[in-house]
Ligand binder design. Structure first.
Ligand code: NCD
Length: 385
């Protein structure tokens, strides 16, 4: 049982009595109940109100320390890998997002006693460069008490396929519990998962998928808008080379958002027509009435031909600036998975404006979401054993 359910059910006697005791809307209490967490600003009021119910609470009761390895959120999550959004059904995703929300709260609280992954070993295996993803997995693992090893092999000159399998055999012999892999070849993590006896997380494979980025993006959107269903989300720019876009399209569609893709024809894959999205080639039409604009990096390193005339011209037509954001005609929030090319796909004026930019929030949410994913996979391993 999560700590919020425990407080709501066992101290106040349910959602309505809690709502009466605190003088807060039942929907707010329901939110705490469902997410498993209660924001810190309400703790003092709850501690006070609990006294008239003959209960002495203290701030320790608001740390989700009771969330042991085998507890989850009511649904039996039993997936061993995180390779693609296709691996998960709706209840899986809801469980992962709830766990992510739970750790978002915990991150802010920084509970040093969290030992959910104690005794587990994580290996970060990054064949491509990474700042955010690798470091956030490292931090997520450490915050849950795991041993984390990070192998930096981005610049290896050895043939990638061979290196991956050789490395897999070597690593498997070290008996890790979870391997987090990033590779330039689409499908590499899936192949690896067949060769090792531990869980595998895809941290980005070629232009295929980046499921943990989509999950952290969904959690960021949910935290900002309190919902995802019904929102209109525009994903803009270099869709062709973006694994982030592919995972996001799948996840946002599953969660009931309306997804639009905006970009020049040369940067839109022809199969995008089958993705259940609306496609636009100009920002003015595409951005209208969007709640979220997700900008993508121009991935020059993956382009073999010249797909854009020049970076300057690209910014002129597709770079997000104050003028183009006005096309939305409503309050819109902006996201970017990073790393950003300032002045190419996004202006600094937009990226650094905390009133509209969720970019820093995405990084913060990334650690929490990855804690949730690690927790869920480790939970499955333990329940299958
Ligand atoms: C993305 C990636 O590597 O796919 N970055 C990330 O994980 N935050 C996007 C990119 O490289 O542009």
């Amino acid at each position: 049982m999560t700590y919020s359910k425990n407080i709501i059910d066992n101290i106040f006697g349910g959602i309505r009595p809690t709502s009466r005791a605190l003088g807060k809307a039942a929907t707010t209490i329901q939110g705490w109940y469902d997410s498993g967490t209660i924001p810190q600003k309400h703790w003092a009021d709850i501690i006070n109100a609990a006294k008239s119910f003959d209960h002495t609470l203290n701030s320790e009761d608001f740390f989700p320390k009771q969330l042991s390895r085998l507890e989850s959120f009511g649904y039996p999550f039993n997936k061993l890998h995180c390779l693609s959004i296709d691996d998960f059904n709706r209840p899986d995703i809801e469980t992962l997002l709830s766990l992510g929300a739970h750790y978002l709260d915990l991150n802010i609280q920084k509970n040093p006693n969290n030992r959910v992954l104690k005794g587990k070993t994580l290996i970060n295996l990054f064949f491509e460069n990474s700042t955010r993803t690798e470091k956030s997995f490292e931090l997520a693992g450490k915050r849950l008490g795991a041993d984390v090893i990070s192998m930096q092999i981005a610049n290896s000159s050895v043939n990638k396929g061979e290196t991956l399998m050789d490395t897999a055999v070597t690593l498997n012999a070290m008996n890790p519990d979870i391997i987090i892999v990033r590779h330039s070849a689409s499908g590499a993590p899936a192949l690896l998962s067949q060769k090792v006896s531990c869980s595998v997380i895809n941290a980005g494979d070629g232009i295929h998928e980046h499921p943990t980025q989509a999950l952290l993006d969904a959690l960021t959107i949910k935290s900002a808008f309190k919902k995802i269903s019904g929102l209109r989300v525009a994903i803009c720019g270099d869709i062709l080379h973006s694994r982030v876009a592919r995972s996001n399209v799948k996840l946002l569609n599953m969660l009931g958002a309306e997804v639009r893709l905006i970009g020049p024809k040369t940067l839109l894959p022809s199969e995008a027509e089958t993705w259940g999205v609306n496609i636009f080639n100009n920002m003015k039409d595409g951005l209208e009435d969007c709640d979220i604009i997700m900008m993508l990096r121009l991935q020059i390193e993956r382009m073999s031909d010249a797909l854009i005339p020049s970076k300057r011209e690209y910014f002129h037509f597709y770079g997000l600036d104050k003028e183009k954001i006005a096309y939305t005609k409503r309050r819109t929030l902006v996201m970017h998975p990073g790393p950003m090319n300032r002045g190419v796909e996004i202006s600094s004026e937009i990226a650094d404006d905390e009133k509209i930019s969720l970019i820093k929030k995405q990084v913060e949410t990334g650690v929490a979401m990855r804690m949730g994913i690690l927790h869920a996979l480790s939970n499955s391993q333990d329940s299958i054993k």
